[in-house]
Design a protein around this ligand. Structure first.
Ligand SMILES: Cc1ncc(COP(=O)(O)O)c(C=O)c1O
Length: 323
């Protein structure tokens, strides 16, 4: 039986005996060695595989707490603006809690798997004519009216829940690594990691990788022009790295080919930053934030096409080539 994240880290989270626990078995995700990428980069790379969370992204760590606290406070519905993963997670946890969910997504800019996830959980999915930033402003304004609990990362419980990834990593490694690297969209996860580190009382480099073209990047999960946590990220001891779409896609494809791990493009932003300036010989943990199946269209556009053959062994052997 998987211990709910809130139970595992109860003494480090703002919960009391009365807090109902809305859990889908989140957290306790694998920390995987990456031998080929380690060799290529000349360092010891570990991957925190957050797609193993129930909705397929790290968002579930914060959402279990945000929805549990919303239920404790008597909320009957949650609302969020989202580039897709927050929406999928909010929809899943709201379904589990038996409350409503309204998710706002920038029109035409959310990967198909995430839209399908939100819809199948019964959330009210609204496509907003505008950017993620426009959708977030509207969600905040509506939440201020008191009808819906806001579960974006502006909700402090999201930040609290997400810091638990750092505790898990340090538990497993037995010590702090030289560096953590992760993608930087709105910055909530960077703030969470910094908090986790501060609570452990340790020091490690924290490298946050943003897309060079924040408004148009192929990595739709981090297509956020005005990060909600920018000021907080700037005030932290974090290093912000900037990577192009070509660098993100190269790191993404390499992870799939060399290590057998299929993530969504945004999740490879940290690896792309690492490749630009690898700290040789050091131990590094890259957080892989979301599953590749959420964005099958980008993979279909870029990966080699399937070849059509007759069901004939000779034809198949000829078509199989060296594989
Ligand atoms: C898969 C994925 N990676 C990274 C991020 C960016 O994280 P943050 O907004 O916490 O900086 C997001 C945000 O939506 C995401 O969905």
């Amino acid at each position: 039986v998987t211990t709910p994240l809130i139970e595992r880290f109860r003494d480090r989270l703002p919960v009391g005996p009365e807090t109902p626990i809305v859990s889908l078995g989140e957290g306790s995700t694998p920390l995987l060695p990456a031998p080929r990428l380690s060799e290529r980069l000349g360092l010891e790379l570990w991957l925190k595989w957050e797609p193993a969370n129930p909705s397929g992204s790290y968002k579930d760590r914060g959402m279990t707490l945000a929805v549990s606290k919303a239920v404790e406070a008597g909320a009957s519905a949650v609302i969020c603006a989202s580039t897709g993963n927050t929406a999928a997670s909010a929809a899943a946890y709201a379904a589990r809690a038996g409350i409503g969910a309204v998710v706002l997504q920038p029109e035409g800019a959310v990967a198909s798997g995430k839209v399908a996830q939100s819809r199948i959980h019964g959330a009210r999915v609204l496509q907003v004519r505008g950017s993620f930033d426009d959708a977030l402003s509207a969600a905040r304004a509506l939440a201020d009216r008191g009808t819906h609990a806001l579960v974006n990362s502006l909700n402090p419980h999201r930040i609290e829940g997400q810091k638990t990834a750092v505790f898990e990593i340090v538990d497993e490694l037995g010590a702090l690594p030289h560096a953590f690297v992760l993608p930087y969209g709105g910055g909530g996860n960077t703030v969470s990691y910094a908090r986790g580190l501060a609570e452990l009382g340790g020091r490690a480099r924290l490298v946050s990788a943003q897309a060079a073209d924040r408004r148009r990047t192929v990595a739709t999960a981090i297509r956020i022009a005005a990060p909600a946590h920018r000021e907080a990220v700037e005030s932290l001891d974090a290093e912000v790295a900037t990577v192009t779409d070509a660098q993100i896609l190269e790191a993404w494809a390499e992870l799939a080919r060399l290590e057998g791990l299929f993530c969504e493009p945004s999740s490879a932003a940290g690896l792309a930053a690492l490749a630009l300036d690898p700290p040789r010989g050091k131990q590094v943990v890259a957080t892989i934030t979301g599953h590749g199946l959420k964005d099958p269209d980008t993979a279909a556009r870029i990966a080699p096409d399937a070849v059509l053959v007759d069901p004939d062994p000779d034809a198949i052997a000829a078509a199989a080539g060296a594989a």
